[in-house]
Design a protein around this ligand. Structure first.
Ligand SMILES: Nc1nc2c(ncn2[C@@H]2O[C@H](COP(=O)(O)OP(=O)(O)OP(=O)(O)O)[C@@H](O)[C@H]2O)c(=O)[nH]1
Ligand SMILES: [Mg+2]
Length: 404
């Protein structure tokens, strides 16, 4: 700390001198009256002595001020660099624009409102990136710039392409008995679907005679699981067996060789991350015999990345088709439609509610396309192009209304 003492004839004069010498940072501590020496020791007079110090605080402030100045300079310098960068970027952009305009049509069309609108709709419906870009590319290939002005025509084609991308698996009950195993993650609706299928096939339809159906559950671990399927069985008059071991399963199926048409096997829901249990379940396929077919149940509400993972993890079951459940619980079907197309897996059944057995239908693109949000769907045209999968649903929906 730097101290100072200043003597003057008056306090005012002392302070003025201090300010002149030390500036604004001078701080007064004390002042006292002193005898000031006069000329040659004679004519001495009273005066004031002021003591004080130089404030470091203001020194810091000053330093800060300096730092700030420094910063400001730096910022200004960087702004200049930034400006240069911006200029360079702009130059690059201009160059790119020039280059892009060389092949003419392609990027000019990208800005066509029809293309933009379709892209937005596909995004809104949760289609995955590859599917969206694939569709946009196809629009570019198949429509001239002039054709793009006809939005309705373009969107109708897009709906058709999406419909065509949905592979269908038609279940054929030929071998006797046909053994169908439903695998899939926990809680997607496997047991409910098994019950629906048992009822639908057990009751028959105008096209298919009532089949002799059996249900087998290997879900002995969870309290209530066995009861759940047995309840369905007893209501529908369809026998249910429980297989405690894979050997049990083999023996049970062997018992059904003669007069049973369809054996439906309900499995335990497994998280796709449950590798060990999945491997164990794989043994199940072997036990169920060579004629057994696995199908994977997934909920339509599953997001695309999870769907991919599930489909990957259940791959060892060589599932032939996917059963889409809980379609009623989602407004967006882009995720499931795009992942199925990506993995090239067909759909066999679609379920859209909890009612057993009404809420199931044989797969068709129709129920999925009808759920497309924001697209103007011409139902009649779509029904002609993508006929409903099976009379299953229609048959059941008619019954209550006819009072049958
Ligand atoms: N909204 C709706 N709910 C469904 C559908 N299918 C099944 N559910 C319901 O989903 C819940 C689970 O169904 P389950 O059949 O027990 O599912 P799961 O796959 O057997 O389950 P775990 O055996 O625990 O793996 C139940 O409440 C069903 O009623 C469907 O299509 N739509
Ligand atoms: Mg179950």
């Amino acid at each position: 700390m730097q101290y100072f003492t200043e003597q003057a004839g008056s306090q005012g004069e002392a302070i003025r001198r201090i300010k002149d010498k030390y500036g604004e940072s001078a701080r007064i501590l004390t002042h006292r009256t002193v005898r000031l020496p006069g000329f040659l020791g004679i004519f001495s007079k009273d005066g004031v002595e002021v003591t004080g110090y130089i404030s470091e605080d203001s020194g810091v402030k000053q330093q800060k001020k300096l730092d700030l100045e420094e910063e400001k300079k730096k910022i200004l310098a960087s702004v200049k660099t930034e400006q240069t960068m911006q200029l360079v970027l702009k130059e690059v952009q201009d160059l790119r624009d020039k280059l892009d305009s060389v092949p003419l049509t392609r990027d000019r069309r990208e800005d066509h409102p029809t293309v933009e609108k379709i892209r937005d709709l596909l995004i809104r419906n949760d289609f995955i990136y590859d599917c969206i870009e694939g569709t946009i590319d196809r629009i570019r290939e198949e429509f001239s710039l002039q054709d793009l002005d006809d939005y309705d025509r373009v969107q109708d084609s897009v709906i058709e392409w999406l419909g065509d991308s949905i592979g269908l698996y038609e279940e054929k009950i030929e071998s006797s008995p046909k053994v169908m195993i439903l695998v899939g993650p926990t809680g997607v609706g496997k047991t409910t679907t098994i019950a629906k299928l048992a009822a639908v096939y057990g009751i028959g339809s105008p096209e298919l005679r009532p089949l002799n159906v059996r249900m087998i559950t290997i879900d002995n671990y969870r309290i209530g699981a066995r009861q759940q399927i047995e309840t369905y069985g007893s209501i529908m008059g369809i026998p249910v067996s429980t297989a405690e071991t894979f050997d049990d399963l083999r023996k049970t199926i062997a018992l059904y060789q003669k007069d049973v048409d369809l054996v439906l096997i309900d499995t335990i829901g497994k998280s796709p991350k449950d590798y060990v249990k999945l491997a164990e379940m794989k043994e199940l396929l072997t036990a169920a015999g060579t004629q057994a077919e696995a199908h994977l149940a997934v909920s339509a509400t599953t997001k695309a990345s999870d769907l991919r993972e599930i489909m990957q993890q259940f791959e060892p079951f060589n599932y032939l088709s996917v059963v889409i459940t809980k379609l009623d619980e989602t407004a967006r079907i882009g995720n499931i439609v795009s992942v199925l197309a990506e993995k090239r897996k067909p759909v066999s059944y679609v379920t859209d509610g909890q009612r057993v057995p009404q809420d199931i239908q044989r797969a068709s693109a129709l129920p999925l396309l009808l759920r497309l949000e924001g697209f103007r769907v011409n139902r009649q045209k779509l029904e002609e192009r993508f006929p409903a999968g099976s009379p299953m649903k229609i048959e059941w929906d008619r019954r209550p209304r006819n009072g049958a």
